[in-house]
Write a protein that binds this ligand. Structure first.
Ligand code: ADP
Ligand code: ASP
Ligand code: MG
Length: 471
């Protein structure tokens, strides 16, 4: 018995059947005597559909955004018809659905008139996904005698103005959740809260970045003083690698916050990279479980790493990245070039995923997402204009069609020979490594390889991780 915050992802709320499963899980936990707070994603596919309307609106393509809005309406209406038998309750939900989608069309029309989108409007539009799914589930739960009440998280999670990837302002967010939401739990209410969404201090909707509902759930878990956070998704837990890349992937029974943080940062989609941040200090246990296989215990994530025989626990990868290389024979004598390069990168709004330097100090490289590469190159070139003119720096070049492949495991720290084994594996498999870096926490090693080598690199390194998990 205790307080449990649960988050259900897109597939878990993707249809009437899936939502029935969700309600069963919540009902079972309540029957066990728990207090339950529920955070939900948009129905699967809806966030992408909403983004599609933003694109269509930009070019004034009214036909497409109207059509897609209708598709979103039908998806929710169909689920409502299957889940809500009380006509009055259903009509109330449909009325809300219509009203929100009317607003959706109005926003699209405004974009069409202006001929441009701001991140602020895009956030207002994508927020409809979670705002609709939470209202639908809450209505359906009431019918099953669960004392559910819908909440928009924008009421609690206050963020900066960094639309589409906003960061919470912690103090006010904590205060809101403790003062406004905790009493609801005390009254026996089951809050059904939108994931993904926040708002600026002046009340404008923001979002926490793609996949951000995991992060939202962790924020609520922390300030509702939860005994456990459960991320319910569509696989049995955190796996040794992405099961879509290598079918041999197995569920890891235990992982540490740090390991899972590293896995998520380096591309494991199963959790948003910021998920563990809010729960680390209170050491709230995090479980990743399968909505469609609820008897499976899933993965338990806690502060303490569980040693594993093979040291390497998991392999992850990130696509759609580019490598920037700054090179020049004169660089050795000029101090501060790397520092200035990274500042110029930050100034252009990009964040660096990985940095690597060759021992000769005649070049160093770093990785950013594809979309940011050109902007970063321009920004670095203007910062280093004098060095380029003096020919101390020869060039700032971009290599695209590359990926990052990362091996993760806390046991790597201080274990001799792991790096060697990993490099040998790459060599034995004929994979050309373009750059290498060790994570600052020393629980990961990352490689840059050609995009064509991704599957081969992941499955070769995965062999090393598989030896640790019983079949
Ligand atoms: P949700 O909608 O529940 O948030 P996501 O699609 O965001 O679910 O994340 C779950 C998916 O992440 C899985 O279906 C799986 O394909 C993918 N995935 C990638 N890497 C891993 C991994 N290491 N372990 C588990 N799942 C992974
Ligand atoms: N619906 C949002 C997305 O698709 C947030 C989430 O599901 O976590 O990115
Ligand atoms: Mg997700």
């Amino acid at each position: 018995m205790g307080t449990i915050t649960m988050k259900f992802g897109g597939t878990s709320v993707g249809s009437a059947d899936a939502m029935s499963q969700v309600m069963q899980i919540v009902a079972d936990s309540l029957a066990d005597g728990n207090r339950v707070a529920v955070v939900v994603s948009a129905m699967s596919g809806v966030t992408n559909l909403l983004l599609k309307t933003v694109e269509a609106a930009k070019t004034g393509d009214k036909w497409t955004y109207t059509e897609v809005s209708q598709e979103i309406r039908e998806k929710h209406e169909e689920a409502a018809e299957l889940l809500i038998s009380d006509e009055e309750v259903r009509d109330q939900f449909i009325a809300k659905l219509d009203k929100m989608l009317e607003q959706h069309i109005e926003l699209c029309t405004a974009i069409g008139t202006l001929g441009e989108v701001t991140p602020r409007i895009a956030d207002a539009i994508v927020s409809f996904g979670e705002r609709l799914s939470s209202r639908l589930i809450s209505a359906a739960m009431k019918e099953r005698n669960i004392n559910a009440k819908q909440f928009d998280s924008s009421q609690f999670i206050i963020t900066n103005h960094n639309y589409q990837d906003a960061d919470p302002l912690w103090d006010v967010t904590e205060k809101n959740i403790r003062e406004q939401l905790l009493p609801q739990l005390d009254e026996g209410i089951v809050p059904i809260i939108t994931g993904f969404i926040g708002s600026t201090p002046d009340g404008v909707i923001t979002t926490l970045g793609r996949g951000g509902s995991d992060f939202s759930a962790a924020i609520f878990a922390a300030y509702l003083d939860s005994d456990e956070l459960i991320i319910w998704t569509d696989v049995d837990g955190v796996m040794t690698t992405d099961p879509r890349i290598d079918k041999r992937a197995r569920v890891l029974p235990n992982v540490s916050y740090q390991e899972v943080g590293e896995m998520a940062f380096y591309g494991a989609k199963v959790l948003h990279p910021k998920t563990v941040q809010p729960i680390i200090s209170q050491e709230i246990p995090l479980r990743v479980r399968n909505t469609f296989n609820p008897t499976h215990p899933g993965t338990l994530i806690t502060a303490t790493p569980t040693p594993s025989d093979t040291v390497i626990k998991a392999v992850t990868s990130i696509r759609n990245v580019s490598m920037l290389t700054v090179s020049g024979k004169g660089m050795l004598g000029v101090p501060g070039i790397a520092g200035r390069t990274f500042l110029a990168t930050a100034d252009s709004g990009a964040s660096i995923l990985m940095i690597s330097q060759s021992s000769s100090e005649q070049n160093f490289c770093f990785i950013v997402t594809d979309g940011q590469a050109d902007g970063v190159k321009g920004s670095v070139e203007s910062e280093l204009a004098k060095e380029i003119e003096d020919q101390d720096v020869d060039s700032v070049s971009i290599t695209s069609d590359i990926v990052i492949v990362t091996v993760v495991g806390a046991g790597m720290r201080g274990t001799m020979g792991v790096a060697g084994r990993v490099f040998t594996t790459m060599g034995d498999n004929g994979i050309n490594v373009l750059a290498i870096a060790q994570g600052s926490s020393e629980c990961s090693i990352s490689f840059v390889v050609n995009e064509n080598d991704l599957e081969h690199a992941v499955s070769s390194l995965h062999e090393l991780a598989l030896q640790a998990v019983p079949a």
